[in-house]
Design a protein around this ligand. Structure first.
Ligand code: NBP
Length: 474
C-alpha cells in the first residue's frame, strides 16, 4: 500500500500527529526506532484509519508514495541528526523530510542547506498545541521551499486547528523560518505565563483574595478581551483543591519554575538580532530565579514592606486586568518585532499578520486577541510596532493610569512584578522624547573615544575630554 505521509518517532507527539493524518483519510506510514511501540500503536489505534506500519527504515521508505513526505518527530538535536542520516540516503530527489520537533532554527538552516545539495526538501515545521493539539488540530508552522509546501501544505491545513474555518497552518518562509517563529511563539508563551503569574500574585497578596476567588476573577476576565486558553486554564488551576491535603493546589506546588529551553533560545537570538524582548527575557529570568533556592534562602531575611491588602480590592482587580492587558500588548509587540527582525536578517519575507492567523487556534497562546493583531497588520502591513496601531494605542492609553497604579502598588508592597514593570518601562522608553542614552554615549566617548552623533549636525564627533574639551569631527 502507498502511504501519502509517514511519521517516524512515535512518541507522544508523533503518534498523535500520525493518528490525526489517518483520521483525516490520509494513508499514514508508521515507524519507530523501538518497533514494539509501532506494534502497540497499531493494536490500540489501528482501527482509526489506514496505517502502514514498518519495522525497518527501508520498508518505511518503500511504503511512501512519491514525492515522499517523511515526518520526523523525535527529540531535537543529536537524535534528529541521527534520524536524518539514517533516512536521507534512502530517499530520492524531490522527497521531503519534515522535522516536526522543536529544533533550533539554526540547525534547521544547516540541515536544509545540506539536504538541498542532494535534491531533498527539508521542512522545519513548528508544531504547537502539545499532545492534545497534535491529535485534534495543532497550529503548524512549516518552513522550507515553496515547492515542498505545494505538496505538503494542503495536508497540513487539513489536520490543523481551524478558526472561523481558516486553517492554523501556513507556509511561514524558507529554511528555518518555521522553527524560528515557533521559538518566538514559545517565548511569547513564557511572557504570557509570567504576566498571568504576576497578576495572580498581586490579587492574592495586595488584593487579599483567595485562590478560589482569583479563579473566579480569571473566569470573568476570560469572557472579555483577555479571552484565551492560558487565562481559561489559570482559572482551572487556581480553582483546583489538592486531593491529598485539601489545600489550594497552587499552595502545595513547589514554587520553582522549570523550562525546556525555547524561551532561553528566544532571548539568546533576540540579543544577537538586537531586538529588545524584555518581557520574554524577564519571564525566562524569573523562572530561573525561582529555581535558585540557594539564593532565595540566603536573602530571606532582607527587609521589605509588609504585604497589606489594598483598601478597595474590587477596583484593584480591575486595574490588574488593565495592567495585564497593556503588558500583554507590549509583549506581543516585542515578539512581533523579533519575528520582523529575524525575517529581515534571514530574508524570509514572513507575513506578520499571518502569524496571528495561525496562532488563533491549536496552540498554547491561542486567544481572541490574536485576531486584533491580524487586523492591525491587515490595516498596515508595514506597522513598525503594534503599539502604533490606532486601536491598540487607544487601549494602552486607556489602561496606562491603572497600569502605573498597579506597578506602584506592587513596588510599595514588595511584590516582584518584573513582567509588568519591564513592559511599562518599554512603553515609557518608546514614547520618551529624550532618552538618557545621550549620557551613555557621552560616557563611551569619555572613556573609550567611541564618538557620538549630534542632534544639530551630521557626522560623528569626539570630544577631547582631558584637554580643552573642544570637539573634533570625524
Ligand atoms: P517523546 O519522548 O514522547 O518521544 C520521543 C521519540 O523520539 C520516540 O519515538 C523515540 O524513539 C524517538 N527517538 C529518540 Br528520543 N532518539 C532517537 C534516535 N536517536 N533515533 C530514532 N528515534 C529516536 O517526545 P515527544 O514529546 O513526542 O516530542 C517529540 C518532539 O516534538 C520533540 O522535539 C519535542 O520538543 C517536540 N514537541 C513536543 C511537544 C509536546 O507538547 N510534547 C509539543 C511540540 C513539539 P523510541 O521509542 O525508540 O525511544
Amino acid at each position: 500500500a502507498a502511504a501519502q505521509i509517514g511519521v517516524t518517532g512515535l512518541g507522544v507527539m508523533g503518534r498523535n500527529l500520525a493518528r490525526n493524518f489517518a483520521r483525516h483519510g490520509y494513508p499514514t506510514a508508521l515507524h519507530n526506532r523501538t518497533t514494539a511501540r509501532t506494534d502497540a500503536i497499531m493494536a490500540e489505534f489501528g482501527h482509526e484509519g489506514t496505517f502502514v506500519p514498518s519495522h525497518t527504515a527501508q520498508e518505511f521508505v518503500a511504503s511512501l508514495e512519491r514525492p515522499r513526505r517523511l515526518v520526523i518527530m523525535v527529540n531535537a538535536g543529536a537524535a534528529t541528526d541521527a534520524v536524518i542520516e539514517e533516512f536521507a540516503p534512502l530517499l530520492e530527489p524531490g522527497d521531503m523530510i519534515i522535522d516536526g520537533g522543536n529544533a533550533h532554527f539554526a540547525d534547521t538552516r544547516r540541515r536544509e542547506a545540506a539536504l538541498r545539495e542532494s535534491g531533498l526538501h527539508f521542512v522545519g515545521m513548528g508544531v504547537s498545541g502539545g499532545e492534545e493539539g497534535a491529535l485534534n488540530g495543532p497550529s503548524i508552522m512549516p518552513g522550507g521551499s515553496a515547492e515542498s509546501y505545494a505538496a505538503l501544505g494542503p495536508m497540513l491545513e487539513t489536520i490543523s486547528a481551524k478558526v472561523d474555518g481558516v486553517p492554523c497552518a501556513t507556509h511561514v518562509g524558507p529554511d528555518g523560518a518555521g522553527h524560528f517563529v515557533k521559538m518566538v511563539h514559545n517565548g511569547i508563551e513564557y511572557a504570557d505565563m509570567q504576566l498571568i503569574a504576576e497578576a495572580y500574585d498581586l490579587l492574592r497578596y495586595a488584593g487579599g483574595y483567595s485562590p478560589a476567588q482569583i479563579a473566579d476573577i480569571f473566569r470573568t476576565w476570560n469572557s472579555g478581551r483577555l479571552d484565551s486558553y492560558l487565562i481559561e486554564i489559570t482559572a482551572e488551576v487556581l480553582a483546583h483543591t489538592d486531593a491529598k491535603t485539601g489545600r489550594p493546589f497552587v499552595d502545595v506546588v513547589a514554587d520553582a519554575a522549570e523550562q525546556k529551553g525555547t524561551g532561553r533560545w528566544t532571548v539568546q537570538i533576540a540579543l544577537d538580532l538586537g531586538t529588545p524582548v524584555s518581557g520574554i527575557a524577564e519571564a525566562v529570568f524569573a523562572r530561573s530565579l525561582s529555581g535558585h533556592g540557594d539564593l532565595r534562602a540566603a536573602a530571606r531575611d532582607l527587609a521589605g514592606p509588609s504585604r497589606e491588602a489594598v483598601a478597595d480590592p474590587d477596583s484593584f482587580a480591575d486595574k490588574v486586568e488593565q495592567a495585564l492587558y497593556a503588558s500583554k500588548i507590549v509583549s506581543y509587540a516585542q515578539g512581533w518585532n523579533m519575528i520582523a527582525a529575524g525575517s529581515e536578517e534571514y530574508g524570509w519575507d514572513i507575513d506578520l499578520g499571518q502569524m496571528a492567523v495561525i496562532w488563533r487556534g491549536g496552540c498554547i497562546i491561542r486567544a481572541k486577541f490574536l485576531d486584533r493583531i491580524r487586523s492591525a497588520y491587515e490595516s498596515n502591513p508595514q506597522l513598525p510596532t503594534l503599539l502604533a496601531d490606532p486601536d491598540f494605542a487607544a487601549e494602552v492609553t486607556a489602561a496606562q493610569n491603572a497600569w502605573r497604579d498597579v506597578v506602584a502598588t506592587a513596588v510599595g508592597s514588595g511584590i516582584p512584578v518584573p513582567g509588568f514593570s519591564a513592559a511599562l518601562a518599554y512603553y515609557d522608553a518608546l514614547r520618551a522624547d529624550r532618552l538618557p542614552a545621550a549620557l551613555i554615549q557621552g560616557l563611551r566617548d569619555f572613556f573609550g573615544a567611541h564618538t557620538y552623533r549630534r542632534t544639530d549636525a551630521d557626522g560623528s564627533y569626539h570630544t577631547l575630554w582631558a584637554e580643552d574639551r573642544s570637539e573634533v569631527s570625524r
